[in-house]
Design a binder for this molecule. Structure first.
Ligand code: UD1
Length: 366
């Protein structure tokens, strides 16, 4: 059986690494790794391949523009790969544009699709990822879920329960596997911070960083937090461009206690987060990682597609106003931030379950 595994952007790499490894251990399928090139910088892509031991892609589509032209280009290039390689199925992870582009092509060419991290819904269709998730789940033959809410969402959208499997969280497989190695990182020494003496911020959602008012609202909240505690902020390329475009560079550079740094590799970032007093973010994956690390997380969004991280994890959904972020920060300071349990099946073995299920289901009529 030949299975094409697809990666596109930063949050995909830590999800695909354990899946490739699980297929390799089981040994009965040939995997082919395709990198669409949605993220192409060493800092956004290359370093993750090296640190997570992901083999070099068998095929690089090098689609490195952005937005809709990039998505269209990924479709054109991926069609060529599917026609020449004739895979028995593809595995796509997460909700980025490359996930949508390649799943769409596979469905047109009648190639089976497995979607890992299926069924997550923010119910906010202004998020590009929400559209990607809904479409990919409709196209997928096999849907792997990280939490039970996702199953309910899929069934509500008319997807048969027989195509859905609860497997846990492959991103947490990578976290568990690499936590010990991350401890050797010297990032805290490099930045001059003691454990739990700082918070980490990440912001990159278009709805937050593509307009100056919403970005400044968050910076106002950061100004108050910074009077009490430093913040380290690895700045995403989209956010960096906007900080320059909105003329905010000087304000940020001169803010005491705020450390803007370049995006970090997997191990350094894991060490930084594991030792943070709090994480302030608009990311999806970080809500899950902080839940497992038992680090308080303030999600600067109005919705989350990962409700379990708020219900039993360390996550608080703060909204996008300075007031909301500061109310959440106060709860962190008071030590009130969730029940701190790890969700069912987030045990480091999700990728094994994914690979086994694919081999069983697709092997039957192979
Ligand atoms: C994408 C994903 C988002 C994910 C995020 C993680 C979609 C819709 N969004 O958002 O879900 O959380 O990645 O980072 O797929 N750029 C670089 N270097 C790179 C990659 C991108 O400079 O290696 C620049 C691009 O040219 C573009 C901007 O960063 O201007 C944004 O990149 P893009 O892939 O469009 O989306 P992200 O905001 O990164």
């Amino acid at each position: 059986m030949k299975i094409v595994c697809v990666v596109s952007a930063r949050p995909n790499f830590m999800k695909i690494a354990p899946i490739l490894e699980a297929f390799k251990t089981l040994g009965t399928a040939q995997t082919l790794l395709v990198h669409t090139g949605q993220h192409y910088d060493d800092k956004m892509s290359g370093v993750f391949f090296r640190e997570l031991g992901i083999p070099a892609p068998d095929v690089s589509l090098e689609c490195s523009s952005s937005g809709i032209p990039q998505t269209a280009q990924m479709m054109v290039e991926f069609e060529k790969v599917c026609r020449s390689e004739k895979p028995d199925g593809i595995v796509v992870v997460g909700d980025v544009n490359g996930t949508l582009a390649t799943a769409f092509v596979a469905s047109r060419l009648d190639v089976r699709i497995a979607h890992v991290e299926a069924g997550l819904r923010s119910f906010d269709r202004t998020m590009p990822e929400e559209i990607n998730r809904i479409v990919v789940d409709q196209l997928a033959d096999l849907l792997f879920c990280t939490e039970r809410d996702a199953i309910v969402n899929l069934e509500r959208e008319g997807i048969s329960r027989s195509r859905i499997c609860l497997v846990g969280n492959v991103m947490i497989d990578s976290l568990m596997k690499n936590l010990e190695r991350a401890k050797n990182s010297t990032i805290l020494e490099k930045l001059g911070f003691a454990p739990k003496s700082y918070s980490v911020a990440t912001l990159h959602r278009p709805s937050l960083v593509d307009n100056p008012e919403s970005l400044c609202e968050i910076l106002d909240a950061f100004d108050v937090i910074l009077r009490e505690s430093p913040i380290v902020w690895p700045v995403h390329p989209r956010t960096k461009k906007n900080i320059v475009a909105f003329g905010l560079e000087e304000r940020l550079r001169s803010t005491p206690n705020l450390r803007l740094i370049e995006p970090l590799g997997y191990l350094e970032f894991l060490k930084l987060n594991a030792n943070a007093r709090c994480v302030l973010t608009d990311s999806g994956g970080l809500q899950e990682e902080t839940t497992v690390l038992k680090v308080p997380c303030i999600t600067i969004r109005d919705s989350t597609e990962r409700p379990i991280t708020c219900e039993i994890g360390t996550n608080q959904l703060a909204g996008v106003s300075a007031e909301g972020v500061l109310a959440a920060w106060r709860r962190v300071v008071r030590g009130e931030y969730g029940a701190r349990a790890v969700p069912e099946l987030w045990d480091g073995r999700a990728a094994e379950r994914v690979a086994q299920e694919i081999l069983i289901r697709w092997g039957r009529n192979y």
